[in-house]
Design a protein around this ligand. Sequence first.
Ligand code: GLY
Ligand code: MN
Length: 463
Amino acid sequence: MFDPKIYSDRRGRLKELLSDGLVLLLGNNDVPMNYTDNTYHFRQDSSFLYYFGLDFQGLAGIIDIDKGDEILFGNDVEIEDIIWMGPQVSLKENAAKVGCTQTAPYRELFAHISKAISLGRKIHFLPPYRGENKLLLQELLGIHPSKQKEYSSLELVKAVIAMRSVKDAGEVAEIKKACAIGYDMHVTAMKMAMPGTWEQKIAGTLEGIASSQGSASAYPIILSQHGETLHNHSHAEILREGKLMVVDAGAESLMHYASDFTRTAPVGGKFTTQQREIYDIVLAANNHATSLSKAGTTYLSIHLAAAEVIASGLKELGIMKGDVKDAVKNGAHALFFPHGLGHMMGLDVHDMEDLGQIYVGYDDEIRPVDQFGTAYLRLGKKLESGNVITNEPGIYFIPALIDKWKAENINTDFINFEKLQAYRDFGGIRLEDDLLITATGSEILGERVPITPEEIEATVGKK
Ligand code: GLY
Ligand code: MN
């Protein structure tokens, strides 16, 4: 937990950013896995964590813009809770840890909100994403879950995004802790990437590293020889010599800040010439994107610059043809790079995605592009000092997509479909680092996970 003043300053700043009314921030509760008492791993809501810092169930916060009140609603434990959970500190003591002096029993939240409604006061709430909180909001506000997103407060969404997008030194330090765990996960995966190893064994080992050093994995691990499937969550295969293993895995620090790295390694430790040629292009795209990343530059322009590196590299190999800039303008690179270059990262791995990606990644100046490939770019707007983002270009050979483009004559001026035959079983390569944006450039967060082909080859199979 940060210093109490950090949380009270954040709530104070939020009050300055909003015009009037009150802010209702709901914490998360346990979600049953198969029956009420057997629950999924608890994860607090990230905006609640940001403003109220407390990492347990049964809480809600109100920040009153007009009156200045900051009230934490929750229940003090009773003897039965102590029997099952051990001694607990009081709500008042917990509130003090986050600089909050006003507390009230949870049931009073209902009366508090009803009174505000009866007075016609504006109640700002964030778009809910969990069923339980949708039901609670329905009970509190009388708004059907299907309408809650529409009635959520855009003013609050924008204020929260403005604040959470710029990480302070304490947050960056937490992200670096998550990166250190991520480093350990990736180096371990590389060491284990030997023929005959079950993907699940490696994925399970990584889960163990994440939860033994931090909170847990920051998202479901992607670990597969079928890297051409972008988010492949199957770990069923046995590793085979000649294949590439893509690992997209990150950890949460104990305070729930994320890391998000991707590396691709040749099973057995030696890239084939074909793999090495494609790998070098993805690495060049990654390095180029890092070199361009700085405050004031749009991430859309960096995404397109990375796409040009990819198109130009594939042209050199004879897989693409024609003018590189025209190819990218026409979206031809997206046959191989069909996703965005990256996204914001912080308390959520796709930071603040629950608040609406359009507001996190775009603004009035930079609007989303609807062309296939670039349409998946989650962050297009100008970078700001203090942003933490991912840089994750990739090249994939997706047989179904290649067949579709060929059959429909899509971008035939820029793609050499004959040449592509030799790559049908290639799989995919993605290389992802996490960057802190500064006024003059960017910093790769954490020790950089081995990334040059030489570093990767030296790590695979190492004891
Ligand atoms: N690490 C998964 C993703 O960025 O979508
Ligand atoms: Mn990512």
